[in-house]
Design a protein around this ligand. Structure first.
Ligand code: HAM
Length: 416
């Protein structure tokens, strides 16, 4: 089969007009919501040393096992295209002074996972996320969830479902895993092949296996909170209480564990019914990453932007709704008019009027078509007779009304 060189790689997308207008709109709304909460933007590199991800996300996770774009550079160092944003942010914050660590940052950017592409699942996708680094505090976890819901609402997604759970505090993970394993042991042979492997490598993941046979076994287990300390259960109760104080009532799902090993305490997932099989719109949780003096605890979330677009499209929202359009398109008949328009164009831009023109001497009809494509509000027309008379024609593209104008008063006229 002949390859089509104009296509991007499978699972990756060119984002251009008109969709890009919706992207810009969502990003701008996100920035203003993050401002309200005192968050500052961070832009970490897309490429990191592989251990930044393996040491945080965990060796036995699907992301690290199967989904990372990893390669060796010329010096033989293993590098990875970031599959998510948290690890890079924590890498950065672990290098700054203690004071600066209590940061509240947000990021919007591309992430890479070598997954099987399908609707809502890409190999290059975009996350909009935040990280709040600092001591574990149930109220902060609740604030983080509230921020995420406020952002989704500001985007027009008011019909999301939130599920929360806890994985217990960091030091308890081993003990919880042991108890869970003991509970599951009598059913080992009835679990799917993946879960039999997970029993030894990452037993918590058995809880959220999608296989119906595993689901039926998991259904009979006591909730995960029964395997943890009173302190951890109380922390979680305080998160739920703080959310209720804010008027939010998330569903507690004792099977929710999330697929990244750095989580402890609170985890949550936000779904939207318009998304079908890949219904996770966003996920978040509290985490501990790093060892010794580099250990950082924080809470954060990431929203999948492509999935937000899908949910909005299902509501009839489209990029066209946010297309800006040009203020003016300049149409020239003849070389002298083109040269005069070219100068005028620069003057208009300097005055803050957006404009464009054809510089290839195309026909009047072709230039008018270009003006329509650019969604210009006005068209300025100049030919030989307008040049001789020192005027130009201004056509209002909405009303079709055409007036004669002087070039030196055009800016004032356009602003009136
Ligand atoms: P995650 O659940 O792996 O969490 O990803 C967050 C969101 O990114 C998902 O809910 C989904 O919307 C989107 N997403 C993930 N993979 C794909 C894909 N292949 N194609 C399209 N969208 C995708 C994290 O990444 C954590 N870092 C979130 C976090 C931040 N936790 C604490 N801080």
């Amino acid at each position: 089969m002949a390859s089509n060189n104009s296509q991007p790689l499978q699972g990756m997308t060119d984002i251009c007009a008109p969709e890009v207008f919706l992207w810009q709109q969502l990003e701008s709304v996100a920035r203003s919501v993050f401002d309200l909460y005192g968050f500052c933007e961070i832009r970490t590199p897309v490429l990191e040393r592989t251990e930044v991800f393996t040491h945080s996300i965990g060796d036995d996770t699907d992301i690290v096992q199967k989904e990372m774009y990893t390669f060796e550079d010329r010096g033989g160092r293993s590098l990875t295209m970031r599959p998510e944003g948290t690890a890079g942010v924590v890498r950065y914050l672990s290098g700054v002074g203690q004071e600066a660590r209590d940061a509240r940052v947000f990021y919007i950017g591309p992430m890479y996972r070598a997954e099987r592409p399908q609707a809502g699942r890409k190999r290059q996708f975009h996350q909009c996320g935040v990280e709040m680094v600092g001591e574990a505090n149930p109220v902060l976890d609740a604030e983080c969830i509230a921020l995420q819901l406020q952002l989704l609402e500001a985007w027009g997604l008011t019909d999301c479902s939130v599920q929360v759970n806890t994985r217990g505090q960091a030091g308890e993970t081993g003990a919880i895993a042991e108890q869970l394993k003991a509970e599951l042991e009598p059913e080992r042979e009835n679990l799917c092949e993946d879960c039999r492997r997970r029993m030894d490598a990452n037993v918590l993941r058995v809880l959220d296996c999608k296989n119906p046979a595993c689901g039926a076994i998991v259904e009979k287990l006591p909730p995960i909170t029964e395997f943890m300390s009173d302190e951890s259960s109380e922390y979680f109760e305080n998160v739920v209480a703080a959310l209720q104080d804010l008027g939010l009532s998330p569903e507690v799902n004792p099977r929710l564990v999330r697929g990244l090993d750095y989580y402890n305490h609170t985890v949550w997932e936000i779904t939207h019914k318009a998304l079908g099989a890949q219904d996770a719109l966003a996920g978040g949780g509290r985490y501990t990453i790093g060892k010794g003096k580099n250990e950082l605890s924080g809470v954060g979330f990431a929203i999948g932007m492509e999935r937000v677009m899908m949910a909005l499209e299902a509501k009839g929202v489209a990029g066209e709704d946010y297309a800006g359009g040009l203020d003016v398109w300049l149409v020239s008949m003849g070389e002298a008019a083109m040269a005069a328009n070219f100068k005028l164009e620069q003057k208009l831009r300097a005055a803050g009027v957006s404009c464009n023109m054809d510089l290839n001497g195309r026909s009047m009809k072709a230039q008018m078509r270009a003006a329509n494509r650019a969604d210009a509000k006005f068209v300025v027309i100049r030919g030989e007779s307008e040049m001789e008379r020192g005027i130009l024609l201004l056509k209002d593209m909405d009303s079709g009304e055409q007036t004669e104008e002087r070039p030196d008063t055009l800016v004032a006229r356009l602003r009136s």
